[in-house]
Design a protein around this ligand. Structure first.
Ligand code: FES
Length: 671
């Protein structure tokens, strides 16, 4: 042990070091050196956030001999925390442990205020925890007849003295709760402060529960992630179908419902708000907390969802020039949305980018940060209306493309939503034209042993019910690769001679994918619907590439639930997306939900996304004459004019031969 009246402290991982008088607490030393250690209770051994570990050993580089006994022994307060599980065995509370000698202190990530929340689910980057809402515990002077000052003023004085917080304002509802809180807490209280400016909640005594909800309102599903704002962890997740579906399957049918029914928009607004409240309630149950501890919400959604959620008429989004009520981010009381959480909770709605490129795309961009890359990224959120962003650190462009509902299984003869019983993967043998497929609810392929038994167990009598979006995309791509359909999407009459699965129908054919009950065919009209949808998507991406002046993209990210189910090789073989190194094409999973979570946990990200949203160049596909040209050329499978050098490296593409016509009057039915 050092003979010096001072002790050397070295903090890791920061490497910060300094000498302090014996008896200084480790937390004080850390504060002095600017080492980031968390605290809610202000050093009163109550929150357990300031944990550190004294490292044993001799460290030549730092020239220090460190040991746990170079700190004061554990006192009653630490023992109490240890017994209650608030202190990890082997750790110390830095607010309690005082220096007795030289020591090396390790600050674990969980004790750092701005620690990284590791995103296990996606690559890209982790989130630096710095939410807009923080909790502060304070002890407030009791009222004094001789020094008259209100409860709020004495609370503010304590916050300034203990936490350096000045210039605070206070919600009226906090003021209404303040007197009982201070008296119940025997002149101690915990307050929640938003943006280091606004007192939004008060609890008697010590309180360490603060939660936030990241809400992603999709036209088909709504997802909520409940996060612990003090630790950054997701503590509950829940999702449900968007109840607005009963008013219209896709966005435009909901807009027309709102236009045709005087109460239509209000009905849809009520439905979505109720669903969000229910989902937050479910996540709160999962986490075993009270929804009243939810102090902050972030909301993302496409422009129509955004308007309906806010109670704004979506009708102007249904016709050109597709004007948004606002494209700026919004911050309002959650109670204004009738969402039942803490009465003073605020809801932050991410900015929209353009008429059909919404706050969901802003959230995807926050998760993907294409602005940090030199390579050109193409980011596509596939839905009834594809939202497309192209660019890199130099420039970002966005557009939307009217793909229609075919990718969601609508307008397809045996199409259905992605739900148990739907065929989701399809392969067709190029020689025999026999299909194999996988069904949602099962793991096995249809030609695997035990396929039928597994499905019966998983789905009961329901069994196979139809084909969903990813299934129809793979089916059409596989039909092309197997020579069942031709480059222009028409059935190849020669295929009928190769397999009885290709059945003649009036002037065309249909491919029998599933023989059981119900029989599932891919018909000519199904192929056409998919061609129209994929051509719209491709043309939107191509138009952005024109504006950017590039002929190829370096990477492609497919966002949304659909993007995570799609097989990118088949999506490219179909011609949904431009040719690109397949190793660089991947799913961004639920990037919109991730973006909502980033905005919830990191306040600087809000400024960033607002700034970026303003600078993105918006390209309007509806009025650009080149869109139509790209659309027509993209009708071919994979494409009428563009080569596919990258795709050809991994898959044998059929030669683009002259289209063969079906012989007139040909009739052939499968027996
Ligand atoms: S600062 Fe709260 S327990 Fe140490």
């Amino acid at each position: 042990m050092s003979e010096s009246p001072q002790a050397l402290v070295v903090f890791s991982p920061s490497g910060k070091r300094g000498r302090f008088a014996l008896g200084t607490s480790v937390l004080e030393a850390a504060r002095e050196l600017g080492v980031d250690i968390d605290s809610i209770c202000g050093g009163r051994a109550r929150c357990g956030r300031c944990q550190v570990e004294a490292v044993e050993g001799s460290f030549a580089k730092e020239n220090i001999v460190s040991g746990g006994d170079h700190l004061t022994p554990m006192g009653e307060a630490e023992q109490y925390c240890l017994q209650r599980g608030r202190l990890q065995p082997g750790n110390r509370l830095s607010c309690q442990a005082q220096l007795l000698g030289d020591v090396r202190i390790d600050v674990p990530a969980t004790s750092q205020v701005h620690h990284q929340v590791v995103r296990k689910d996606y690559e890209v980057h982790d989130i630096e925890l710095d939410p807009v809402v923080h909790l502060y515990f304070v002890e407030v002077e009791e009222p004094d007849m001789h020094r008259q000052a209100g409860d709020l003023q004495r609370l503010e004085r304590a916050l300034e003295k203990e936490w350096g917080l000045t210039g605070l304002s206070c919600d009226l509802r906090v003021l209404q709760d303040l007197q009982p809180a201070l008296r119940t807490g025997r002149w101690s209280a915990t307050v929640a402060i938003r943006n280091r400016q606004q007192i939004i909640a008060v609890w008697p005594g010590f309180h360490d529960q603060a939660y936030g909800a990241a809400v992603d309102v999709g036209s088909t599903t709504i997802a909520v992630h409940l996060c612990d704002l003090t630790r950054g962890e997701v503590v509950g997740s829940a999702g449900s179908m968007n109840p607005q579906i009963r008013f219209g399957e896709d966005l435009m049918s909901r807009v027309s419902y709102a236009m045709l029914n005087p109460e239509g928009a209000a009905q849809m607004t009520r439905a979505v708000r109720q669903a969000i409240t229910e989902l937050i309630g479910r996540t709160a149950d999962q986490a075993g907390i009270d929804p009243a501890d939810v102090l902050e919400i972030t909301l993302v959604g496409n422009p129509v969802m955004h308007h309906l959620l806010l109670g704004i008429d979506p009708a102007p989004l249904g016709t050109a020039p597709f004007a948004l009520a606002t494209d700026h981010a919004l911050e309002v009381w959650a109670s204004e949305y009738d969402i039942e959480v803490h009465p003073n909770a605020r809801a932050y709605v991410l900015p929209c980018i353009a008429g059909h490129v919404g706050a969901d795309t802003a959230a995807v961009l926050l998760a993907e940060t294409p602005w940090d890359r030199d390579e050109v990224s193409l980011i596509i959120d596939v839905g009834t209306n594809a939202e497309i962003v192209l660019g890199n650190r130099e420039r970002l462009l966005a557009a939307s493309s009217p793909t229609g509902p075919a990718f969601e299984g609508a307008q397809i003869s045996s199409g259905q939503r992605a739900a148990p019983g739907a065929i989701e993967r399809v392969r067709i043998d190029r020689d025999t034209l026999e299909p194999r497929f996988r069904v949602i609810g099962g793991e096995r392929w249809s030609d695997d042993p035990g396929f039928a038994e597994e499905l019966t167990e998983a789905l009961g009598d329901q069994r196979i019910t139809g084909i969903c979006g990813s299934g129809i995309i793979e089916a059409v791509a596989s039909m092309y690769l197997a020579g069942i359909i031709q480059h222009d999407g028409s059935f190849n009459p020669a295929a009928a001679a190769r397999s009885p699965r290709v059945e003649a129908r009036d002037r065309s054919f249909a491919y029998l994918l599933h023989e059981g009950e119900p029989r599932i065919y891919i018909e000519q009209n199904d192929v056409r619907a998919i061609q129209l949808a994929k051509a719209a998507l491709y043309a939107g991406a191509r138009l952005l590439m024109d504006h950017m002046g590039v002929d190829r993209v370096d990477r492609i990210r497919l966002a949304g639930a659909f993007g995570s189910h799609i097989d990118v090789t088949y999506a490219m073989a179909l011609g949904m997306i431009p040719d690109c190194d397949l190793a660089q094409v991947s799913s961004a999973n639920n990037a919109a939900g991730t973006g909502a979570r980033i905005a919830l946990l990191n306040r600087a990200s809000r400024d960033e996304v607002e700034r970026r949203a303003r600078t993105i160049e918006k390209i309007e596909t509806a009025v650009d004459p080149n869109f139509q040209r790209h659309f027509v050329e993209a009708m071919g499978i994979p494409h009428s004019t563009q080569p596919n050098p990258e795709l050809s490296k991994v898959i044998d593409l059929p030669e683009k031969t002259k289209t063969q016509r079906a012989p007139r009057g040909r009739r052939r039915r499968r027996k």
